[in-house]
Design a protein around this ligand. Structure first.
Ligand code: ADP
Ligand code: MG
Length: 563
């Protein structure tokens, strides 16, 4: 056997980066702004550690467009780079200073960089990249580095006279949209909205109204307020987002305001969970329970995923269990691997732990609401019920926690836990084997007569009227040893099948006539059976066998039956 080294043709590396490394061209801005944030955070760490003794002064990052020169510049006032550092980190693909820095200064784990590839994403939109930088180190000289998207580069003396780095992108002809203010502002709002260092994109006009200083004259109307327009810095981001703060310092209004910041159009949330854990993985965030009642379409995928305050995606299907995508809010975790395939994410152990942690937190929150103020919890049930039931049928672990606080509501609008309900009906509604039989209506208005008949006989009737209730009932039957019959499954006196036989009043001939008559009317939709009549019964009741009906419904759901 021989040993060898696989070699990389550097000429080929740029086309590969351009084509395959990033699925989304626009993330070049996220990468370059993240580098600028890292450079600034590093300077602050050095300052805290006493290594950088100078004045940090302004730390704002500027994003500037020069339409004439066709350039987009990202300017920071961070640590800058010496000539050696430029040669080391920019000339060598996949070399990052991030890990070295974190290792050396321990306490600061909030550095965004990781792989040493982000910088090259600049070449997706620029055919020439210029770096103009001055290191924070004493006696450092300004350096200029120019590269035209091939492996050769130029390096020489720069002209920067203050600490930090300018990354100047000469935008290529097929990416001119990145010279438009609206495009860049849109991208900054998406990716940089909660980055920890202020990010400025030019200025904006701010309009305020001030009291007029014209004296008020007796008998005349008060002068109109004066409109005042001022040019102010256009700061894109909120560098201290709520989820990074200590929950003990926050009020309900803080949480509601932040919800509005995230979803300006939404109704106020019902309640929220502040997530904060740093072992065995690091995760912060706030999850909100939105109001879902009133027939509103459930809004999914509103949870935004961040990594060290950098926006990553709002498609979190693989990170949180599906039922939790009904929640809103943010999750921030540097431990979720980014830029990797979906199937890999699902298998990732960190992601699995995170999923479990979030599920547990959500269940705990609901449990404490239920325990601390049952009345209030019941009042919110209309908004919560679908969510809880959906969680129970889709996540075993959640089922086990939620069975203590899921509520069953009867036609008197009274609500019971599963245990309470079993106890309530144990006497009256059990079959031969002492299995409790829950009786329910799927449509109280339409099944009104049947419901009334059942209640007349002392039965309790549950309202299970939502689409989620059919699979929910099945879960209860499997796990709680209960049986459910819909109120139209049998005549009321037979809902609980242990009643003694009663005599029919019709003779055999009459029975056949009536049966034939109804068979023609009902057609194939139901089997006609004649049952003894009670005084409380409506003279004719159309009932359908519980099992047959469920089968039919399942077929319809799967599109196998359209009748
Ligand atoms: P990463 O950010 O993952 O480390 P990049 O390819 O984005 O990888 O950057 C490579 C390295 O270049 C960084 O680790 C850093 O040392 C250096 N660098 C990039 N941009 C800047 C900047 N604006 N200021 C100082 N150093 C920078
Ligand atoms: Mg980077």
């Amino acid at each position: 056997m021989q040993k060898g080294n696989i070699s990389v043709q550097t000429e080929n590396i740029f086309p590969i980066i351009k084509k395959f490394l990033y699925s989304d061209q626009e993330i070049f801005l996220r990468e370059l702004v993240s580098n600028a944030v890292d450079a600034t955070s590093k300077l602050k760490t050095l300052n805290r550690k006493g290594e950088f003794k100078g004045d940090i002064g302004e730390d704002t990052i500027d994003i500037m467009i020069d339409k004439e020169a066709k350039t987009l510049t990202i300017r920071d006032r961070g640590i800058g780079m010496t000539k050696e550092e430029v040669e080391k980190y920019l000339n060598q693909v996949a070399l990052s200073s991030a890990q070295d820095f974190v290792d050396k200064y321990q306490e600061d784990a909030s550095i965004i960089g990781h792989f040493g590839l982000g910088f090259y994403s600049a070449f997706m939109v620029a055919d020439k990249v210029e770096v103009n930088t001055l290191s924070w180190k004493d006696g450092a000289e300004p350096v200029r580095w120019i590269c035209e998207g091939d492996p050769s580069y130029e390096i020489g003396e720069g002209d920067r006279d203050f600490r930090g780095t300018d990354i100047i992108l000469h935008v290529s002809d097929d990416s001119v949209q990145y010279l438009e203010d609206s495009e860049i502002e849109g991208l900054l709002n998406k990716y940089a909205r909660f980055l920890p260092i202020p990010i400025r994109f030019g200025t904006k006009t701010e309009t305020t109204y001030e009291e007029s200083d014209v004296a008020v004259i007796e008998g005349e109307e008060k002068p109109e307020p004066v409109k005042v327009e001022k040019e102010v810095d256009n700061i894109i981001n909120n560098p201290e987002p709520l989820w990074k703060k200590n929950p003990a310092d926050l009020t309900d209004d803080d949480y509601k305001d932040f919800y509005r910041e995230l979803y300006p159009m939404g109704q106020p949330p019902m309640f929220w969970i502040h997530l904060n854990i740093d072992f065995p993985f690091n995760l912060t965030g706030i999850l909100y329970f939105p109001k879902v009642s009133g027939g509103l379409e459930l809004q999914r995928n509103k949870i935004q995923l961040y990594s060290n305050q950098v926006y990553v995606t709002d498609d979190v299907k693989e990170i949180v269990p599906e039922f939790l995508t009904l929640l809103h809010g943010v999750i921030d975790s540097p431990d979720i691997p980014l830029n990797v395939s979906r199937s890999y994410l699902q298998a990732d152990t960190n992601v699995k732990k995170i999923t479990g942690y979030i599920t547990k937190k959500v269940a705990e929150k609901l449990n404490s609401l239920f325990k601390d103020n049952r009345e209030d919890y019941e009042a919110k049930w209309a908004d919560l019920g679908v969510f809880v039931k959906y969680g129970m049928i889709s996540e075993e672990k959640f089922y086990d926690r939620a069975k203590k606080f899921v509520l069953l509501e009867n036609t008197d609008n009274r609500k019971f836990t599963i245990e309470e309900y079993k106890e309530r009906i144990a006497e009256n509604q059990t079959d031969k084997h002492d299995k409790v039989i829950g009786i329910y209506t799927a449509d109280e208005d339409r099944q009104h007569t049947l419901v009334a008949g059942a209640i007349e006989r002392g039965y309790d009737v549950l309202k299970l009227e939502h689409a989620i209730d059919a699979p929910f009932i099945q879960s209860l039957e499997q796990k709680e040893g209960m049986t459910f019959v819909r109120v139209d499954s049998a005549t009321p006196d037979q809902l609980v099948q242990k009643d003694e036989e009663k005599e029919l009043l019709l003779n055999e001939e009459e029975q056949t006539t009536v049966k034939d008559l109804f068979t023609t009317v009902v057609g194939e939709k139901g089997n006609v059976e004649l049952k003894p009549l009670d005084t409380t019964d409506a003279p004719v009741q159309i009932v359908r066998n519980e099992f047959m009906r469920r089968m039919k419904e399942m077929q319809q759901l799967q599109g196998m039956d359209t009748s």
